[in-house]
Design a protein around this ligand. Structure first.
Ligand SMILES: [Ca+2]
Ligand SMILES: [Ca+2]
Ligand SMILES: [Ca+2]
Length: 133
């Protein structure tokens, strides 16, 4: 029994880290056109947001936010109205700014090249975390 418990914990840890890093550019590119649009980011962000909103109040508080694996943004920077919670609107506004910053060609999508220009770019990490979190 003890052995299985260990296996289970290792499997859970591996699964958790794979989830955080395996969402590559291509996985997020839902229509596989080699471009990431705001809509594609939104779909993924909404999923991550809902998964981490543990108490289901439609916002991320500091402890919920701290559990998002791979998040690089500061909680304080995303909480625009300083109420101690990040809602989807705040998250999205911050993401739009970041998206526009990276979208140098102003064509409303990001390519892998655009993302590599970001100081937050990490090979293997989801581009989502460079944009939203
Ligand atoms: Ca696409
Ligand atoms: Ca919450
Ligand atoms: Ca807020």
């Amino acid at each position: 029994m003890k052995g299985w418990g260990t296996v289970f914990i290792i499997a859970a840890v591996l699964w958790g880290s794979a989830w955080a890093t395996d969402k590559s550019f291509h996985d997020m590119d839902a229509n596989k056109d080699g471009k990431l649009t705001m809509e594609e980011f939104d779909q993924e962000a909404l999923k991550v947001f809902k998964e981490n909103d543990k108490n289901g109040d439609g916002a991320l508080d500091k402890s919920e936010f701290s559990r998002i694996k791979g998040a690089q943004a500061k909680f304080e920077d995303l909480d625009a109205n300083k109420d101690g919670k990040i809602d989807m609107v705040e998250l999205r506004n911050a993401a739009i700014d970041k998206f526009n910053q990276l979208d140098r060609k102003r064509n409303h999508y990001l390519t892998e090249e655009d993302l590599k220009c970001s100081p937050r770019y990490k090979p293997g990490a989801s581009p989502l975390f460079g944009i939203y979190f």
